[in-house]
Ligand binder design. Sequence first.
Ligand SMILES: [Zn+2]
Length: 167
Amino acid sequence: MGVRGKAAMEIDPQRSALMSRIGPRDTKPELVVRRLLHRMGYRFRLHRRGLPGKPDIVFPSWRKLIDVRGCFWHRHSDPACVNSVLPLTRRDWWSAKLQGNVDRDARNLRVLADLGWETLVVWECETRNPESLVPRLVGFLGPPNTKSVHKSIGDKIERKARKNRSF
Ligand SMILES: [Zn+2]
């Protein structure tokens, strides 16, 4: 189980340092979104380097990406979110540390937008009920198996055919 909710409030700094070394990659919420997208028929790339923040889920041909954020580490600002509560001890230290993450997230979003990328942010607490994400994902990406999906598959087949012809 990931550290969330009450457990997150009780972690000591040493443990948190260990967890930050483990890093945010391949955390459970991200896997939930990836599995859901796959089931819905979307295909995507992972952790693309060369883009700020190495976004989790990338749709290069649509220039869209999905950023799955842990509510505690990235301070989900929804008052209904129980995961983003600041620890009871060393609040200033935590506040500064987590604010650094929030600032970096905002900076990355701006740079990505400047580069022409559209970003959908999905929060950890929203992945607890994956089905509720379906309309948002479709709204952001467009329905799966649209023309552009067929087109990219078609392009691939076409490229393959051309390649074969040249031999
Ligand atoms: Zn949340």
